[in-house]
Design a protein around this ligand. Structure first.
Ligand SMILES: C[S@@+](CC[C@H](N)C(=O)[O-])C[C@H]1O[C@@H](n2cnc3c(N)ncnc32)[C@H](O)[C@@H]1O
Length: 355
């Protein structure tokens, strides 16, 4: 029995199925037919056959007995069956999202702990970022130092690093500025590692296991909040910014690295700094910002990443960390393609709360 599903008495297979179903419902819906759209060429209906097809395509056919699992989830009020089409109930969506979040954090547990043990990944970081902070982001030292310059942190400042990963970036900020940093992440093994290897040596650093989609801090706690490549995992930008405003002191500030990605059908104007999803949410929340375009820097970084991963492939393989090589190669190829085709731009947003 899985912990997340105990309250609903779901078996492990039902839990798995609900996570898979939620994944598909998070895909777009065709506004005309209401069908789940897998991509622009394939439309898949939310029927048992639809789920089977999608599971074959995306989950290596992980679950086979959908004819049993779907009625079970319906009986437990997690799915609704109407006109032969399934949909998630509110409770089903809530639990389904938790299941997916757990999968996601486990993925980071595995990848980030591997990074700490991998000599090849240390060399990779030096080559790609200019310094080994066991980063798992797209911010080289030039970008990171730019953020630090904008924030002008003082020794009496308290900073929140949302999605801090292993915490060495937070440690670098503390060393450079003297400010105190609280790092949060939903990856349990990562946070345990950061507590043991970083917090234990520096009283200006504290790490907490927290899902930033359910932030838990009292109002006016922080002078600054930073997010380095973590806003992609924010469920609702508007809700998040309202919450971040609340836990910031009056006059507080934020530093957010964010890449805007569009599809071929989207208007290219959406890549302008003031038209991105981030900019729109900031404006909606009356937050003033300055945006710095780091796209050229990012393209160079991803090219270094591709070259470094290839160069270190044998070393990754010997260590049993080929998964790190594969993951970095897939990401860098994809981002380089998007930037070259004018489908992606990278920005740093510096936001200041007006008193
Ligand atoms: C791309 S990595 C960036 C890590 C780190 N900021 C860095 O610069 O190296 C994204 C991080 O966000 C964390 N994360 C993703 N979703 C999260 C969530 N809902 N709550 C807390 N942390 C989350 C991941 O565990 C991971 O450490």
């Amino acid at each position: 029995m899985n912990n997340d599903s105990k309250s609903n008495q779901c078996s492990d297979e039902e839990t798995e199925a609900l996570g898979i179903v939620t994944t598909f419902f998070l895909l777009k819906k065709d506004p005309e037919t209401g069908e789940t759209i897998l991509n622009k060429d394939t439309k898949v209906k939310a029927t048992q056959e639809g789920f089977e097809t999608l599971t074959q395509l995306h989950f290596k056919n992980k679950l086979k007995n959908w004819e049993e699992l779907l009625p079970n989830l319906t009986q437990k009020n997690l799915l609704l069956l109407e006109d032969e089409l399934y949909s998630l109930t509110d409770e089903g969506r809530k639990i389904g999202k938790e299941i997916r979040s757990k999968w996601h954090s486990k993925w980071y547990d595995n990848i980030l702990i591997r990074c700490t043990k991998s000599e090849a990944y240390g060399l990779f970081c030096e080559k790609v970022f200019g310094k080994n902070l066991i980063q798992f982001n797209a911010s080289d030292m030039e970008q990171l130092d730019t953020m630090i310059n904008y924030l002008q942190l003082q020794p009496d400042n308290l900073v929140l690093d949302m999605g801090c990963g292993l915490g060495k970036v937070a440690e670098y900020i503390v060393e450079k500025t003297g400010a105190k940093v609280v790092g949060i992440d939903f990856s349990e093994e990562t946070i345990n590692w950061a507590k043991e290897h970083i917090q234990a040596k520096n009283e200006n650093l504290e790490f907490q296991l927290q899902n930033f989609n359910r932030l838990d801090f009292p109002p006016s706690t922080f002078d600054a909040i930073i997010s380095i490549d973590t806003f992609y995992f924010v469920e609702d930008f508007d809700v998040m910014l309202k919450k971040l405003k609340q836990i910031l002191q009056p006059g507080g500030q934020m530093g957010i690295f964010f890449a805007q990605i569009i599809s071929e059908n989207d208007p290219v104007e959406l890549l302008e700094a003031e038209n991105t999803k981030m900019a729109k949410a900031l404006t909606q929340n009356n937050l003033e910002y300055k945006a710095i375009d780091f796209t050229i820097n990012a393209k160079n970084l991803w090219q270094r990443e591709l070259a470094a991963a290839e160069e270190l492939k044998e070393m990754f393989e010997k260590e049993g960390n080929l998964v790190l090589y594969e993951d970095r190669i897939a990401d860098s190829k994809n981002v380089i393609r998007c930037i070259e085709n004018n489908l992606q731009r990278r920005f740093f947003y510096h936001i200041k709360l007006v008193n």
